[in-house]
Design a protein around this ligand. Structure first.
Ligand code: NBP
Length: 485
């Protein structure tokens, strides 16, 4: 018989997705540029289901039922283009090329156009959940044509994670690069989720003197609250780990310089292009950069920059009130980063012509992916039906949650500032929140400055139209026709 789907690129992600497909009853054709990797997979896991071994792309294509489905899981970037170029002459009209890697969404838009010119479907699919998710059920965010989803959707839904209500964490997002775009924003939110946990860890230790082993317990408890999530759970695991070599907490022997592979950076770059204020996500990307980009500067600054602390006393060791304040500040900051990410999705929908259903997107992140959390069920509810809030924070449910969080959030940011503990996301998220709430922003002054040096004009609060002050003349005001009032 023929295979229902082929996978080319059998490193961790491709191999695990292929196994997941086979375990779900599909016959899977396997291909990898280096044939040894195909054989290794068959040796170790051939028993997972029905596989067809192929050596060349031509073999792969010949082994598939039509229309063909080929999942490409090679390194993002040039390798994806190389594989597409090699596949195009071998394929027939309506065959589907699926890119399940972390491709940049604009590459996906370009590739979809190119493939469409050859009568082929190209489907960019965001896959989240790392190796473990790929094997046991990832969160899947497919883009591409709706027609291709008819043929592909049932398979992807079958291998995807399932939410607590049994719904698959996979649904068609929208055309061309929409799936990869949503996956990218997911990763941006993931950066912020991780950073706020990091800030809480730093505060609990340096302000309340709670050592990592004891913090593991704090995070375990937090995981039973509305913070319940995968990242809080694994934080507890990491903090409880003792280093075998030194007997110290592992977190104390790990170099404090965070790496990144680029998807967080893409989120922020795209947000800048869209004019979307994702300050909490941006601060979390910059916090990683601050930790690692210039170690020499950090070392010199430790010695030489004045601290100017306005307080040197923390709180009583393990003070439960402070611990609860930090928990609430973390939750509030997390709400802001989700609000910003979703706001960015709305802006992208307008810019790229996608109709993105935020309740559906939130529902896909409920399981399988790194940011899976109880909160996503509530976000999904907030965007259900016709009463979608203009900003997530304005959904009635979140307004009442914030009521309980904001005083704690202010106390924690004040304390951190007084003691010199950096909290870039806690504090920028709070500034975003206050910026949204503010009745008058200093943006009015900025408009005045812009009009002064560049005649950029301004609008008035009391009259329609566009105005300019003749700053270098008699400083009278003119309207857009150049007439004085
Ligand atoms: P890698 O990103 O490490 O890619 C390795 C694969 O690409 C191998 O199969 C390799 O073949 C193939 N390849 C390369 Br490199 N250049 C090629 C070329 N010119 N032509 C054909 N094949 C080529 O694999 P991965 O870590 O499994 O990730 C796959 C995708 O999934 C990436 O986009 C990644 O960002 C994404 N992703 C990864 C994770 C994760 O946790 N690792 C999570 C989510 C998404 P070879 O064996 O012959 O060298």
């Amino acid at each position: 018989g023929k295979a229902q789907i082929g996978v080319t690129g059998l490193a961790v992600m491709g191999a695990n997705l292929a196994r997941n497909l086979a375990r779900n009853g599909y016959t899977v054709a396997l291909h990898n540029r280096t044939i040894a990797k195909t054989d290794e997979l068959l040796d170790k896991h051939g028993g997972d289901g029905d596989f067809i071994r192929t050596e060349t792309l031509q073999d792969l294509v010949d082994s598939l039922e039509r229309p063909r489905r080929i999942l490409v899981m090679v390194k993002a970037g040039a390798p994806v283009d190389a594989v597409i170029e090699n596949l195009i002459p071998l394929l027939d009209t309506d065959d589907i090329i699926i890119d399940g890697g972390n491709s940049y969404f604009k590459d996906t838009i370009r590739r979809e156009k190119e493939c469409a010119e050859h009568g082929l479907h190209f489907v960019g699919v965001g896959v989240s959940g790392g190796e473990e998710g790929a094997l046991n059920g990832p969160s899947i965010m497919p883009g591409g044509s709706k027609q291709s989803y008819k043929s592909l959707g049932p398979m992807l839904e079958k291998i995807s994670a399932k939410a607590d209500d049994g719904a698959p964490c996979c649904a068609w997002i929208d055309t061309d690069g929409a799936g990869h775009f949503v996956k990218m924003v997911h990763n941006g939110i993931e950066y912020a989720d991780m950073q706020v946990i990091g800030e809480a860890f730093d505060l609990l230790r340096s302000v309340a003197g709670i050592e990592p082993q004891d913090q593991a317990e704090v995070f375990r408890t937090w995981n039973t609250t509305d913070l319940n999530s995968y990242l809080i759970e694994i934080t507890s695991e990491v903090l409880s780990q003792t280093d075998g070599k030194t007997g110290k907490p592992l977190v104390d022997v790990i170099v404090d310089q965070a790496g990144q592979k680029g998807t967080g950076r893409w989120t922020v770059q795209s947000a800048l292009d869209l004019g979307s204020p994702v300050s909490a996500i941006a601060e979390s990307v910059f916090a990683r950069a601050l930790s690692s980009s210039n170690p020499e500067a950090r070392e010199e600054a430790q010695q030489n920059l004045p601290a100017g602390l306005i307080s040197t006393t923390g709180v009583a060791q393990g003070d439960p009130e402070f611990v609860e304040d930090v928990r609430r500040a973390l939750y509030a900051s997390k709400l802001v980063s989700y609000a910003q990410g979703l706001d960015m999705l709305s802006a992208a929908g307008e810019e790229f012509g996608w109709s993105l259903d935020l309740d559906v997107i939130a529902s896909l992140w409920r399981n399988g992916c790194i940011i899976r959390a109880e909160l996503l069920g509530e976000i999904m509810e907030a965007y259900k039906g016709d009463n979608a809030p203009v900003n997530m924070l304005l959904a009635p449910g979140f307004q009442s949650i914030l009521q309980d969080l904001v005083p704690s959030w202010r106390r924690v940011v004040s304390k951190a500032t007084a003691l010199g503990v950096p909290v870039p996301v806690f504090s920028s998220a709070l500034s975003y929140y206050d910026g949204l709430r503010r009745d008058r922003l200093p943006a009015a002054l900025i408009q005045g400055q812009r009009d002064f040096f560049g005649a950029h004009t301004y609008q008035r609060v009391d009259e329609d139209g566009t105005f300019h002050t003749l700053w270098s003349e008699d400083r009278s005001e003119v309207n857009s026709a150049g007439e004085k009032a």
